[in-house]
Design a protein around this ligand. Structure first.
Ligand code: SIN
Length: 326
């Protein structure tokens, strides 16, 4: 049997509330050992060891948690007798952690995130099946070299593209226009596709441990939004991700302010508030190439990549290349 480590960080999978109810509970309450004990057969899949690294609602996760988690996983993955790692995590910010780990983990071994939409105390809690299948995936040779993945509702997602699409249903995730990497049929892994974007061992950000990240903020564009929000954000951020309308668009007043702040050294990325499609270079909304298009990354994932990119270079052209490769 493979040796799999479960690193627990909290979330609804460790949530507790009124017995039987699926809503109005507290995330990050139950110890991972208790969750493992509630799953029949899980110990027949792999030799399991559990580490309770944090026990928080994922809205409490921040850059420091990401760095601690990445260092812990890199340390575990470097051990010969560890075959794979599962991370339990709240669903609210799972997409951000998954992408950060996908870029900073230095291993070909499977690293699989999972969580739950219903707390452990609910009727038909979804955490146990998700965790069971995450352990099955982390134990499977077909999962090697895919980068960081996530398992949810019997579906395998890539850490780059996973996004939360429902804040209510148990089938809460999707992978934009790209479908998914595969499915879980009970304990069986069925892989169908692979990402072309750089991750884990090919990622320049996994070459040495990250110790800190530069401040990058996100600003949301809406009809009538005043540009002063950009001016304020620029006061204490090195980079700004704009969640624009359509394909990363905004008003002329925003364009003027972006060009002014860009000339002062603020690095801008254009993402979109539309979930599907792509943000590409635009002669209309970025005529002087001040903004870097996020391609298919959501605003919050573009922020993760911009923080990492700014930790290795300040050059806009170089950061644009990074956004095309990752
Ligand atoms: C959280 O993200 O920690 C709470 C919500 C969830 O896990 O579904």
């Amino acid at each position: 049997m493979k040796n799999i480590i479960i690193v627990a960080t909290g979330g609804t999978i460790a949530g507790s509330g009124k017995v039987g109810k699926a809503t109005n509970y507290q995330a990050g309450k139950i110890n991972i050992k208790e969750i493992i004990d509630s799953i029949p057969m899980i110990n027949e899949v792999a030799n399991l060891k559990a580490i309770q690294l944090f026990n928080v609602d994922s809205n409490e996760m921040n850059e420091e948690h990401w760095i601690i988690l990445a260092n812990k996983i890199n340390d575990l993955a470097s051990q010969k007798n560890v075959d794979g790692i599962v991370v339990t995590h709240g669903t609210d910010t799972l997409d951000e952690t998954a992408y950060f780990l996908n870029l900073t983990i230095n291993t070909y071994k499977p690293v699989v995130l999972t969580g739950a939409m219903r707390p452990a105390s609910a009727t038909s809690a979804d955490g146990p099946i998700n965790l069971y299948q995450a352990v099955c995936l982390a134990s499977c040779d077909d999962a090697l070299g895919h980068g960081v993945m996530a398992v949810f509702s019997s579906t395998i997602y890539s850490g780059r593209d996973i996004q939360k699409i429902s804040n209510f249903k148990t089938d809460a995730f999707d992978q934009k226009d790209f479908g998914c990497l595969g499915y879980m049929n009970d304990d069986k892994v069925m892989m169908f596709s692979r990402t072309f974007k750089k991750h884990t061992l090919q990622s320049v950000f996994s070459e040495k441990p990250i110790t800190e990240l530069p401040p990058v903020g996100i600003v949301y564009y809406y009809a009538g939004a005043k540009p002063d929000i950009l001016t304020m954000m620029a006061q204490n951020h090195r980079g700004i991700v704009i969640i624009g309308s359509g394909s990363g668009n905004y008003s002329q007043a925003w364009l003027n302010e972006i060009e002014t702040l860009g000339a002062q050294g603020i690095i801008f990325v254009r993402a979109s508030r539309v979930n599907q499609g792509i943000v590409y270079e635009s002669d209309v909304f970025d005529p002087h190439n001040v903004c870097i298009p996020s391609n298919t990354l959501s605003g919050q994932k573009a922020r993760v990549l911009l923080m990492l990119a700014l930790s290795v270079t300040q050059n806009t052209k170089e950061i644009k290349r990074i956004f095309n490769e990752y």
